[in-house]
Structures are given as structure tokens and as C-alpha cells.
Design a binder for this molecule. Structure first.
Ligand SMILES: Nc1ncnc2c1ncn2[C@@H]1O[C@H](COP(=O)(O)OP(=O)(O)O)[C@@H](O)[C@H]1O
Ligand SMILES: NC(=O)OP(=O)(O)O
Length: 318
């Protein structure tokens, strides 16, 4: 029986920090990501894709800000939907093209997905999710003063605007995603973590001002669709302990206990590797295999030959 894998594509798979956010640059990156994903489909895996939107949703907010005198700005949850929509379109098209090159004719659906969060989530009082471009400390602090933003340093790479990032409680339509996957359709869902919504006392949904972490939503999605593997593709080949220090050490296949111990030691930064490891640990704890690796090593990592893998039973991965 084929294995079901939920792939969470990092922001870098769509736009790298030093690249200009043009359509062409993002299309080229998405094309490369889809080449990798199509190869995974060709190997016989059932694939569900989710993706980030941090740089893109930040840029949409910035566009709105620049044009606010002539066009009224939309709330953040609508910007999240916009980013999910355009990335979902580009990814869908690129994936169909790459599948065709490999002689595959799977259907691909991009599902505009809402993710339920709690309005009481403490994250609304402590914004941690970096969005948009990187700034120098000086420029970030000037923009914070001028525009009322909250800015933070992002894993040693520069300063960025941050917004609240509540925990996902439910992926709306997860049952539909599962049935589409079971029919052989490749589903792109919960992009940008999903459009953040909360449920009101009468049961109705309403958009909220946040950006959900796509690794956390990816974990929720992987659970909801009963995935065997949860794979997080990012811009580092492995997770490291003592990251960026002279005694940095890469993690390959590790036990759940080791992973938890490193997380307790604070080895993984809050706005970047922290949520990835937290989600990977959660998934492994439920019995699945969690992989964190670079996009270009995805096939090797699925074969247990690259990346960082966390499983309950180490021997099954080696
Ligand atoms: N312990 C660690 N091991 C590896 N990378 C780490 C670690 N701590 C922080 N990072 C940072 O996490 C980044 C990946 O997270 P992020 O930028 O959020 O990825 P993506 O946008 O691809 O989801 C890496 O580029 C690296 O700078
Ligand atoms: N929403 C989200 O997690 O986006 P990034 O992965 O781009 O930060």
C-alpha cells in the first residue's frame, strides 16, 4: 500500500531572503519545488502539500500600506487568503506541468483553506511570526516607530515585522482533503497555515488578525488525513544543535526523547526551527515519521539517507 506524505514547503521554496519578490523569481522557485514533488509522486507516494506565506503576506500588507490613500486596505486574514490563492495557483500549474513531463496524469486541487484558532490564544498578546522582508535593526526600529509594527530579530538573519501566530485547532474541510487524496488527487491545502478564523458563540466563523505557522497547520493536517510521513522542506540540510556556533552538530535519525531533550534545552529558535521541531515531535509522538530536510534532498531523506528524521522506532528508519 502506498504511503501518505504531507509535505510542508518552507518560505524559501517560494522566495529566498535575498531575492526580489517578483512573479518570475517566485515562479522559478515554485517550479523547482514542483520538480521535486513530482518525483515523489512518481515514486508512488500519496502527496498532500502545504506551504508558507510569510514573505508574501508581508509584501501584500506593504503594497496595501503604500496604496492606502487610494485603495482601502483589507484585514490581515484577507491578505492571507490572497497569498494562499496566488501561491496555490502557481503551485498547481507548475505541479501539473512537472507531472506531465513524467507521464503522470494525477489531478491537482488547490483548496483555499480556513484554519480555526482560539481568540483566547495567548499568541495574540505576544507576536512571534516573522513576515515580509528582512531589515537592518536600525531600519526595523524606525519602521516600528513610524507604522506601529512590532519587529524582532529572526534567527540571526536580520530583523522582520512580527504578527500573532495562534495555534491551529482544526483545519476546516480536512475530511474533504482526505477523501480527495484517497481518490488519487494531489491536494494543496492550508497554505500559509490556512486563513485564520475563529468560531463565535453561535458557531459561525469569522476571520482573525494573525498568520498561522504552516508547520503547525501541516502537523494538524498530517494528523487529520492519517499521514504516514510528515515532511518539512526548508533551506537547511539538517536540524542542528548549537546552530551557528563552532560546535554545531547535525542531527540525523534521532529518538523522540533526544528531540524533546534538545527542544527543552532551547536549541531551536521560536520563529523558525522551533515550530518545525515542535510539530515534528508531535507527529512522531503519535507514531508517524517526521522528516526535516532541504528541498533538494527530499528524495534522499524519504529513503532515510539525508535530513533529520524523528521516529518512535529508530531502527525502522535506518
Ligand atoms: N537549530 C537549528 N537548526 C537548523 N536551523 C535553524 C536552527 N535554529 C534556527 N534555524 C533557522 O531556521 C531556518 C529555517 O526556518 P524558516 O526560515 O522558518 O524556514 P522556512 O521559511 O523554510 O519554513 C534556517 O534557515 C535556520 O536559519
Ligand atoms: N505561514 C508560514 O508559516 O509562513 P512561512 O513558512 O513562510 O514563514
Amino acid at each position: 500500500m502506498s504511503q501518505k506524505v504531507v509535505i510542508a514547503l518552507g518560505g524559501n521554496a517560494i522566495l529566498q531572503p535575498k531575492q526580489q519578490a517578483t512573479y518570475e523569481n517566485q515562479l522559478e522557485n515554485i517550479q523547482k519545488s514542483c520538480e521535486v514533488i513530482a518525483r515523489i509522486v512518481k515514486q508512488g507516494y500519496e502527496v498532500i502539500i502545504t506551504h508558507g506565506n510569510g514573505p508574501q503576506v508581508g509584501n501584500i500588507l506593504r503594497q496595501q500600506d503604500e496604496a492606502k490613500e487610494v485603495v482601502p486596505p483589507f484585514p490581515l486574514h484577507v491578505c492571507s487568503a490572497e497569498s494562499q490563492g496566488f501561491i496555490g495557483y502557481m503551485m498547481n500549474q507548475c505541479l501539473l506541468n512537472e507531472l506531465q513531463k513524467l507521464g503522470l496524469n494525477n489531478s491537482v486541487v488547490s483548496m483555499l483553506t480556513q484554519t480555526e484558532v482560539s481568540k483566547e490564544d495567548p499568541a495574540f498578546q505576544n507576536p512571534t511570526k516573522p513576515i515580509g522582508v528582512f531589515y537592518s535593526e536600525e531600519e526595523a526600529k524606525r519602521l516600528a516607530e513610524e507604522k506601529g509594527w512590532i519587529v524582532k530579530e529572526d534567527a540571526g538573519r536580520g530583523w522582520r515585522r512580527v504578527v500573532p501566530s495562534p495555534m491551529p485547532k482544526a483545519i476546516i474541510g480536512a475530511d474533504l482533503i482526505q477523501s480527495l487524496t484517497d481518490q488519487g488527487t494531489i491536494v494543496i491545502a492550508a497554505g500559509g497555515g490556512g486563513i485564520p478564523v475563529s468560531r463565535q458563540s453561535d458557531g459561525t466563523l469569522v476571520g482573525v488578525e494573525a498568520v498561522i505557522d504552516k508547520d503547525r497547520s501541516g502537523y494538524q493536517l498530517a494528523q487529520d488525513v492519517n499521514a504516514d510521513i510528515f515532511m518539512i522542506l526548508t533551506d537547511v540540510e539538517n536540524v542542528y544543535v548549537n546552530y551557528g556556533k563552532p560546535n554545531q552538530k547535525s542531527l540525523e535519525t534521532i529518538s523522540l526523547e533526544e528531540a524533546k531533550q534538545y527542544a527543552d534545552e532551547g536549541q531551536f529558535s521560536a520563529g523558525s526551527m522551533g515550530p518545525k521541531m515542535e510539530s515534528a515531535i508531535g507527529f512522531a509522538e503519535k507514531g508517524g515519521a517526521a522528516i526535516i530536510c532541504s528541498l533538494d534532498q527530499a528524495d534522499l531523506a524519504l529513503a532515510g539517507k539525508a535530513g533529520t528524521r524523528i521516529t518512535q522506532a529508530i531502527s525502522s528508519a535506518t
